[in-house]
Design a protein around this ligand. Structure first.
Ligand code: ADP
Ligand code: MG
Length: 702
């Protein structure tokens, strides 16, 4: 057999599917299968089932309301069924003329007239048309590329391309993995004896082999990144322990074991002449800021500058105040790049940074974007790394400021840092990077997703915290909640009232916040109530937060802008309105705003009935657990990793076939196999990467 010629039009469609080489057709595996191996009698089909039926067309008309629709009725010996097509060709109408015998396959649902299929796949048949012998693969495709064409191209590739196994025999035997070529053939053309469910749920040995290979490729590629980073150059920032020990001594608390360990890891990375790329993971309130401050001091001890980037103005200001308190006694005055600075002051700050006079600059991402250049930048710290949205990163990338071809530019956060113009001191060196995140990603997921980063985990909270008590309260008991808030505030406590998310609409959310604020001011004439939301101008935001922090306000009405990082230890009561609308990570983050001081803290989740199943599950989890890692693990089960890490937003899937959640065992094996392969058979590792990664620049990260 000869390789088929592919027309330029088809080539461009294939490119849309990420297929640039003929060999990549082999790995374009079915999304699902259709069972055309038998016919279902119409009288037996149920709504929700996907079935194949055969019968005679008894009616065919074009309806015009509500939209132009082709409606047909078909009948077999025992029942009848409607077929509806919203977009159709005249040829289709002919194919479905009254009296024709047809086979239709599709999902059955209950329509206006009775059972119906919308846009079923139909073909004309006669009494002798044979049924398919095996399940029919359905491939991911794009507009204008039919399943038939794809199927033919893939079948041709299977026939004409050599499919070698990239992995050594011994490894396959030990891990009991199926042959690669056999697995591919089977998945493209399953034989009739294969249980459909093992293909559907991807538990079949053929799927396991493919998933293993994919995970292995991911591991190999991450190791390659890691090695490549070892070739890049950064300033070696040795731990002189002058400033750092002085700060540690001056603190009113002792560092936790986990903080000490994390700082030790960071400290030894900084001393290397290669750029650190480390993620500091720690639950809300675990004390990441002090670790960041110590890292900053180590850079400063070496005469280098440090930039600290925050996602929001509130957070940047808070960091600025905290670091100023800690560092001023050591003779270091940080500069805050605030949006509310006057133009002249901004200019002045920029000059100080450019001249090297300022050693520590703190600000939002947006501010650093405004052409700030450093004299000698040694370390960039990105707080709440997960908050830097995919859109932001893409927008920055599209500005063309980036050399995306460089391997180093692939990591999203690095892109952030580079794109906002944090230039290294010399052409050839790069700043070290510390990323911090309170998204308590389960460790397995973190290692897999971020495996080209090093990860430090702060897995304990500072001592003396009393855990936050969580209460679920139905909206019908709102009055009791209001009494509770009043009583708490009159006793000298401070409280947050968090307004609901409204269909992700900022305008509506703002409106609700304003209304809630008005209402609560009327409800609590005896209390001082403040309001903070994303649309306030910066100076105002900062003013409100400072007033709350200084206990001049007792109740703070807030939108979810307070979700990240805000630290007001005296606040010990939080009400989250319409908690059922929020995601688990968000609820956990919000709740983390209380329980920061010694007082007993309470978080009231007000919810409105009826609850969806998902909302009920979420509220149950957040009620039962305060451990961010445990919550994240559950979230992973509820939603899958894509959403947890925001991959859904980006539209770029990390893994096509494997599922880190369901395939944890394979991930472990792949991790080991990657080390082994690189050590014992580098050529095999190379071939494997070539097969899976040839064109996948942004395979792991958006
Ligand atoms: P996060 O990890 O959420 O950024 P922060 O760095 O804001 O947490 O720390 C939360 C609070 O805990 C702060 O008020 C901080 O000063 C305090 N803190 C940090 N480390 C310790 C510690 N080892 N002992 C007591 N308090 C600590
Ligand atoms: Mg923080």
């Amino acid at each position: 057999m000869q390789p088929t010629k592919i027309s330029p039009a088809t080539l461009s469609k294939l490119a849309k599917l990420g297929i640039h080489h003929r060999s990549e057709l082999l790995l374009h595996l079915p999304l699902r299968y259709e069972d055309e191996t038998h016919l279902a009698p119409i009288s037996t089909v149920q709504p929700g089932q996907t079935v194949q039926v055969q019968g005679t067309v008894t009616h065919n008309e074009i309806a015009f309301r509500p939209r132009r629709t082709l409606v047909c009725r078909m009948q077999d010996s025992g029942g009848e069924l409607y077929l509806r097509f919203l977009n159709f060709y005249p040829s289709q109408q002919k194919q479905l003329a009254e009296g024709k015998q047809i086979r239709a396959i599709g999902e059955v649902r209950m329509g206006y007239y009775g059972l119906e299929m919308v846009h079923p796949k139909c073909r004309a048949v006669d009494d002798n048309t044979p049924l398919q012998q095996s399940l029919t693969p359905v491939y991911p495709t794009t507009a204008g590329l039919s399943q038939t064409v794809l199927r033919k191209l893939i079948a041709n590739a299977l026939e004409t391309l050599p499919v070698t196994d990239t992995l050594p025999e011994s490894l396959l035997r030990r891990l009991k993995l199926a042959d690669f070529a056999d697995s591919l053939r089977l998945l493209h053309n399953p034989t009739p004896d294969i249980a459909a469910f093992s293909l559907e749920n991807r538990s079949h040995t053929a799927w396991r082999r493919i998933k293993f290979d994919e995970l292995l490729a991911q591991q190999l590629s991450m190791r390659a990144h890691h090695r490549e980073r070892g070739k890049r150059i950064a300033a070696a920032l040795a731990p002189h322990r002058q400033l750092t020990s002085r700060l540690i001594k001056a603190l009113p608390f002792a560092l936790t074991q986990a903080q000490q360990r994390s700082f030790a890891e960071i400290s030894s990375d900084l001393a290397q002449p290669h750029p650190m790329q480390r993620l500091l993971l720690g639950d809300v309130g675990s004390g990441k800021t002090i670790v960041a401050a110590l890292a900053a001091l180590q850079a400063i001890e070496n005469g280098y500058q440090v930039a600290l980037l925050s996602p929001t103005e509130i957070l940047a200001e808070q960091h600025y105040l905290k670091l100023r308190d800690w560092l001023e006694p050591l003779g270091i005055t940080p500069v805050w790049l605030s949006g509310s600075l006057k133009k002249k002051d901004k200019q002045l700050a920029a000059e100080r940074i450019a001249s090297g006079e300022t050693l520590l600059a703190i600000g939002t991402h947006a501010l650093f974007q405004e052409k700030i250049s450093f004299h000698k930048l040694g370390l960039a710290i990105v707080d709440e790394q997960h908050k830097f949205g995919v859109q932001q990163r893409l927008a920055l990338r599209n500005k063309g400021k980036l050399d995306v071809g460089r391997a180093s530019a692939r990591h999203a956060s690095l892109e952030t840092v580079e794109a906002v113009g944090l230039k290294p001191d010399l052409q050839t060196t790069e700043p070290h990077q510390l990323m911090m995140s309170a998204t308590p990603i389960p460790r397995t997921l973190a290692m897999s997703y971020y495996a080209d980063l090093d990860v430090s985990v702060i897995d304990e909270l500072p001592p003396g915290r009393t855990p936050v008590v969580t209460k679920l309260v139905s909206d019908e008991r709102r009055d009791e909640v209001i009494d509770r808030v009043r009583a708490a505030c009159l006793e000298g406590q401070q409280a947050y009232w968090v307004c609901p998310l409204i269909d992700e609409s900022e305008t509506l959310q703002l409106q609700t916040a304003l209304e809630t604020y008005q209402l609560l001011m009327q409800t609590f004439p005896e209390l001082r109530v403040g309001l903070v939301h994303g649309k306030l101008d910066n100076a105002e935001k900062v003013r409100v937060m400072a007033a709350f922090k200084a206990n001049e306000l007792q109740l703070l009405v807030a939108t979810t802008v307070i979700e990240v990082g805000v630290d007001v230890p005296n606040a010990s009561l939080m009400v989250i309105d319409h908690a059922e609308r929020m995601g688990l990570a968000q609820l956990h983050q919000l709740r983390g705003r209380v329980g920061r001081g010694a007082a007993h803290s309470l978080c009231i989740l007000l919810y409105q009935q009826p609850l969806s199943e998902l909302a009920r599950a979420r509220l149950k989890i957040i009620f039962e657990s305060t451990d961010g890692f445990a919550i994240a693990q559950q979230d992973l089960h509820l939603r899958g990793p894509g959403e947890l890490l925001g991959a859904r937003q980006s539209g770029v899937a990390m893994l096509r076939f494997a599922d880190i959640n369901a395939d944890e065992d394979l991930l472990d094996q792949a991790r080991q196999a990657a080390d082994e392969l690189l050590r014992d058979s580098p050529a095999a590792a190379q071939a494997h990467l070539q097969r899976w990664m040839a064109n996948k620049h942004d395979y792991m990260h958006v």
